[in-house]
Design a protein around this ligand. Structure first.
Ligand SMILES: NC(=O)c1ccc[n+]([C@@H]2O[C@H](COP(=O)([O-])OP(=O)(O)OC[C@H]3O[C@@H](n4cnc5c(N)ncnc54)[C@H](O)[C@@H]3O)[C@@H](O)[C@H]2O)c1
Length: 453
């Protein structure tokens, strides 16, 4: 099928490459010329494991463009995957979505184009995009007589760091459409994934447990709400374990064991129950704020979701409090951060806990050093003015530090040369913000380990 994807960020590029890999003819469009230029030259502008390899395999089915005239005419399906960043009120900024919808409407020409919101958008956005498309078609000089379209919602559940795995082997595909023809088109598009009939790439083998993928077809509003509700639930699982962590710390219980103990209950499940400095990234913060804002428009309060956000923010303060308690004075100290990306296996720094924690420390007169295996360049570009001293290795960060904080649990941080690190530090203290390090190993190396539970 002929497909266009508007926005080639973490979601759009992953979706485009996967759809091209399973055999569709995909046009990936972005308004950012430098991104498209990089992609045309075979460079992937984000860090996502195996994305470069899959793109190479699917290259013959991919066209990268900045031009709506090139991507939209003839497309049977158009995905909107532009950013929907938060505004100060919590409601998402829909400017990019509106620009994309208008541009699509100006160039659609088939008898049926299915326009799909893959961006995370507030409830009601399907109807809104429908009206923007209609306005754009009506305003065309050549008229829009032969242009038919339907709007659908297809929320994205991929996790950065395992985005390709999640797209090729999803837990479920949700499609919301009030028009049955849209559902039929999307069913045909996703069929190789739903039935798992494509040949798996060697570097992303199909897990043995994966069978046919469940398809949930709903009305537009339900699909839109599913996305927000899923992210809110995951966020509150993390905040729940962090709240229990506070109790664990007071009563002398081990929060990792508590998390394991409750997660083994199949009604609860083991994931998202690791205590620590809390969630970051472009989705949980933004989507919980948007859900609260939407509920507010209907006169509703969401105290559980609000509490999850407060607890998450408190976890960042607890890092500073722990360091203060241990070092007594923070002014003039040097503290090293291990990890900048909001989680391992990505270079994404949006709402990364490292940035918030670094700023809180800097505000208290701390000199902050940091390392990250992949996000250093992005940090340099996006947060140059912060005054964080970037280092080429964890060992270099440790040099002269009064404490280290493990912020991102990159696997390479689990097996560092801890003896060497301890020797380089002024005070051999490490705060494990992710319950990822081996306390015994660290203690043997002469490091005093603290944790956030
Ligand atoms: N990143 C994730 O893990 C994730 C997961 C699920 C859902 N989502 C949702 O998917 C959407 C996209 O997220 P992302 O992380 O890929 O964002 P992103 O910022 O990485 O990418 C968005 C892209 O859209 C482009 N763009 C903006 N306006 C445009 C326009 N009018 N025409 C063409 N291109 C335009 C930007 O240049 C950018 O490259 C958001 O709504 C997000 O909430 C993200």
């Amino acid at each position: 099928m002929r497909v266009a994807i508007i926005g080639t960020g973490y979601v759009g590029l992953t979706t485009g490459v996967c759809l091209a890999f399973i055999g569709h003819d995909v046009y990936c469009l972005d308004s950012d010329k430098s991104k498209i230029e990089a992609l045309r030259n075979g460079r992937v502008p984000i860090f996502e494991p195996f994305l470069a390899e899959l793109l190479e395999e699917a290259r013959s089915n991919l066209t990268f463009t900045t031009c709506y005239e090139e991507a939209i005419p003839g497309a049977e399906v158009v995905f909107i995957a532009v950013g929907t960043p938060p505004t100060p009120s919590g409601a998402p900024n829909l400017e990019f979505l509106s620009q994309a919808a208008r541009s699509i409407g100006q160039h659609m020409n088939s008898h049926l184009t299915v326009v799909v919101n893959k961006s995370t958008v507030p409830i009601g956005s399907g109807n809104w995009v429908d009206s923007l498309l209609r306005d754009a078609i009506d305003s065309r000089q050549n008229g829009g007589e032969h242009t038919g379209f339907a709007v659908a919602s297809n929320p994205e559940f991929l996790r950065e760091g395992s985005a390709l795995h999640d797209s090729l082997y999803p837990d479920r595909i949700v499609i919301g459409a009030d028009e049955p023809r849209a559902l039929e088109v999307l069913y045909t598009l996703y069929r190789p994934i739903l039935d798992q009939t494509f040949s798996a790439p060697t570097y992303l083998p199909r897990p043995e447990t994966v069978g046919a993928v469940p398809l949930l077809s709903t009305d537009l509003a339900s699909a839109e709400l599913i996305k927000y509700a899923a992210n809110a639930f995951l966020a509150l699982k993390i905040s729940f374990i962090n709240e229990i962590g506070l109790v664990a710390e007071r009563v002398g219980a081990d929060i990792s064991e508590v998390g394991r103990g409750i997660g083994l209950d199949s009604r609860i499940g083991p994931r998202f129950l690791s205590a620590g400095i809390g969630w970051g990234g472009s989705c949980f913060g933004k989507d919980t704020a948007a859900l609260i804002a939407t509920a507010g428009e209907y006169g509703l309060h969401l105290p559980i979701v609000e509490a999850a956000r407060k607890i998450n923010s408190r976890q960042r303060d607890r890092v500073v409090e722990k360091l203060l308690h241990e070092l007594k004075i923070l002014k003039g100290r040097t503290i090293g951060l291990l990890g900048l990306a909001f989680k391992p296996n990505t270079d994404d720094l949006r709402e990364a806990p490292a940035i918030e924690i670094a700023q809180k420390l800097i505000d208290r007169g701390v000199r902050v050093k940091a390392h990250d295996p992949v996000a250093i360049d992005r940090f340099e570009r996006e947060h140059k003015g912060m005054g964080v001293l970037l280092c080429g290795s964890a060992c270099e960060v440790a040099e002269g530090c009064d404490a280290l904080v493990l912020i991102t649990e990159w696997s390479e941080y689990r097996d560092l040369e801890w003896e060497e690190i301890a020797k380089k530090m002024r005070c051999p203290i490490i705060l494990d913000g992710r319950h990822a390090l081996d306390a015994e190993k660290l203690s043997r190396a002469g490091l005093r380990m603290l944790s956030i539970s």
